[in-house]
Each structure stands twice: as C-alpha cells, then as structure tokens.
Design a protein around this ligand. Sequence first.
Ligand code: SR1
Ligand code: MG
Length: 407
Amino acid sequence: MSRFSKYFLMKEGDICDYVRDQLPDYFAGNSNITVKEIGDGNLNYVFRAVEEGTDKSIIVKQAGEQLRISAEMRITTDRNRIESEILLIQDKYAPGLVPKIFKYDTVMCACLMEDLSDHRLMRYALMEHQTFPKFAEDVTTYMVNTLLNTTDVVMEHKEKKELVKSFINPELCEITEDLIYTEPYNDAKGRNIVTPENLEFVKKELYGDKALHLEIAKLKFEFMNNAQALLHGDLHTGSIFVKPDSTIIFDPEFAFYGPMGYDIGNVIANLFFAWDNGDAAGNTSFCEWTLRTAEEVIDLFKSKFIAEYGKKVTDIMAKTEGFAEYYLDTIIADTAAGAGTELVRRTVGMAQVKDVTTIADKNKRIRAERINILCAKDLVMNRTQFKTGKDFTASFSKAIAAADKTL
Ligand code: SR1
Ligand code: MG
C-alpha cells in the first residue's frame, strides 16, 4: 500500500514520491527532482516539480480542506475533480487554450498537469503593463467554444442535463452567491474590506442604494437558476496564463452551469482593473490597450458567437429567425451585469485584486475604487442597454468623469 492511499495535505517534500507513485514513467528512475510550492490563489496548493538535467517538469495541484484565504472557510476537496473533468471537456472544445491534464487522483484530491512556466500569470504581467495582442482573439475563441457548445441550443438536451448534474458545485457556488451577490451590498458577514477614505462613499453608493439591491437580487437568482452553459466560473486574469503568442485558461474549479455573461463580464472587469493600475502609474498607452481589448472582447465574442451559432445549432426552435440575435442580446446584458458585480466585489469584498490594492498613492487608489463602483452601477442598472464593446468603454469613461467630480 502506498503512503498516498489516504488523503493528507502534501508538502514540497512529498511531491517527488507522489509524482513517481502516480506517473511512474514521467521522470527517469534515478533523476533528482526539485519541488517548489508556487500557489498564488485563495484556495489550493500548487507544486512545480522539475527534473534536474532535462528540465522536464510537471504541476501538481492539490485541494486542501481549509481555504488559504481563510482557515475558517472549509469546502469540499471534490472541487479538484470538477476542475479536472471540465478541463478535459474544454480541451475538446478549445484545444490549445487550456492546460493538459495527465491524471486526476481522487484519493489525494490532486491533479497532475502540464507545466506552463514559460507563460506568466496574466494579472502580474498586466501589473507590469505588458500588453498581449492575441488575448482578445484567444479568450473569445475559448469562451464561444466552451460556452456555446455546452448549451441546449447545441447539445442534445438529455446529454446536457447529465453535464448539469455532474457539475453541480454547491459549495463553490455558495462562495460566489455570498461574495459576489450578497456581501458587497450589506457587509452581512462583516468580511468586506473597505478603504477607510471610501467608507462613506460605499455606504451611500452600495449599502444604501435600494434600487441597486433589487437589481442585484434579480441577478443573484438568475445566476443560481439559469443553467445556460458550462461556465469557467472564475474567469479573472489570475486564472489565465499568457505569453505573447499564447493564452491558456486554467483553474476552473468554480465551474457550473450558469449564465454565460458571468464569464465574459469577469474578463471585462479584470481589464478595467488593469486600467486602474496603468492609470495610477500614468501609462496612457497601456490604458488605451486595456480599453481597446475590452471592446474587442465584446465585439469578437458577438461575431464569433453568431458565426458558430449558425454552424452548430441543433434545436429546431433555436433555428427560428431572430432567435440567435435575441439570445445573444440577453448574453451581452448578462455580461454587463457580470462585469458590474465583479467590479464591485473586488473593490469592497473580501477577495480583492492586486492591480488595485497595490496602488501605493492613496488618492489614486481612492479614485480607482470610485471609478470601479460607479461604472459597476451603470453596468448593472442599465445592463439591457449595453450592445457593443464601445458601450462598455463609454460607461467606464463616464465613470471616470463622475468619480472625479466626487473628489
Ligand atoms: C474564498 S475564495 C475567494 C475568491 O477566490 C477565488 O478565486 C474566487 O474568485 C473567489 O470568489
Ligand atoms: Mg482560482
């Protein structure tokens, strides 16, 4: 019996034996393996093992029973199964845009996957104001292919329902229901992190705005009940690896069947966070790239979606003239809402983004937070008015002007 036949939380010193146990032929029998824990997220442990001499490497990602962000938060280690299974599905629909999984081990709740160390985590590269010309093209191919192909419009309906069942992800969805759709508007669990100088602003614009609460309540139950497509579920720039000629989307442990606009909106909001950081540093050309890219993400998603829809639709009623356009319109409204809710929760919620939290100049950070909140409110309240990429960036520009008036 191997020492890996019962779950325990692994340390760097366990990983070499673990890889040899799980994939006996991956490394040469007598080679030296160096291991480093490189996890940077809020939930899991990520180890990189490299074979000396050959530089052959592998990633081992293990789910712990406690979350890294808070020892009090415990969630099922089954999230690692969900992540491995969705990556296999996504590899079929969007090959080359997700990492390769070599093995998923249900005992240690760990997966062994392709090492992407020649790429960088997109959030950190953006914080150095690097630009990625292929990003909009790649991320929209990924989203159109993984989302549209898992809908009832394309998929045989009973097969789709089987997928809905196997991607029921109640505990991770509960995190989203709390952190995105509840706490930013009332601090119900006292976990919000609000920059003290913005507390009065947050009380007025978020905690005290009843009309906003009503729209967020509608969106919360839409998120919980619209099993439209198999989502990534946490598509921020910390879930994306990049290099100039490649984009790899990973970490889909929040995957479940929900509204597509949730994923697309997350991408848009995280480009706006990159803008916040670039703007605080006075980097105009980088800021222009973030907004241009946000526009391209919307417009390319729409054109690719319509083209693919025509080729892939199988449901007879979904072929009705005008339905594709109607359906896409609702997705773009959900995208506006998804961008808005992500902008708010990363600005005042418990899980924030380094693009904004590392802005050292207090006044610039206060301004960036106000821009995010005001833009978010427009995106949520007027979500059905958003149709094109330019509509999204116009809203952001309007929020900049409005935030400046408050300072
Ligand atoms: C308690 S987990 C906090 C956040 O980290 C993840 O990446 C998700 O974004 C989640 O909302
Ligand atoms: Mg993550």
